[in-house]
Write a protein that binds this ligand. Sequence first.
Ligand code: PNS
Length: 167
Amino acid sequence: MTPAPPTGRLAIFPGSFDPLTNGHVDIVLRSTQLFERVLIAVLVNADKKPLFSAAERVEIIREVFREYPNVEVDSFEGLLVDYARARRASAIVRGLRAVSDFEYEFQMALMNRHLEPTLETVFMMPAEQYTYLSSRLIKEVFSLGGEVRGLVPPVVEERMRTKQRGG
Ligand code: PNS
């Protein structure tokens, strides 16, 4: 007998996640309170020179959420709305850290709505201690020898150290 397809409302949390930060983890966990399933969708080729390949990012994020059966991780290329349609998602989730995020997020949300009017974008605020976190700053601090413990999941920190050693 073929297993029944998963049911319940699916939210897509798209991004570059190079690397995943504790701010991202916070948003995913909040999203699981609102949606039955959350799909973390890693954009392939967002950055020409990423720290981690899309395949590595998917592997790392799967490891971080391995104890959460309602959190799935995948990569995607092309338009987010096409991917969301193919996955039958109900909503896109994005994190809003500060007013400075708003303009870019507002433009993306309205463009996505123009492309697919049935797909809602839901914004969530991370816990205050993560409002200054960004993947770009994490990479910069780490590459200059700064401490990133507590800012990214331990698995991410380990993989960054391995990468730094040339692994
Ligand atoms: O973490 P990021 O880099 O801010 O995420 C941006 C992302 C991946 C959500 C955005 O670049 C995206 O959706 N890219 C896919 C291509 C697309 O649909 N572009 C039109 C968006 S309005």
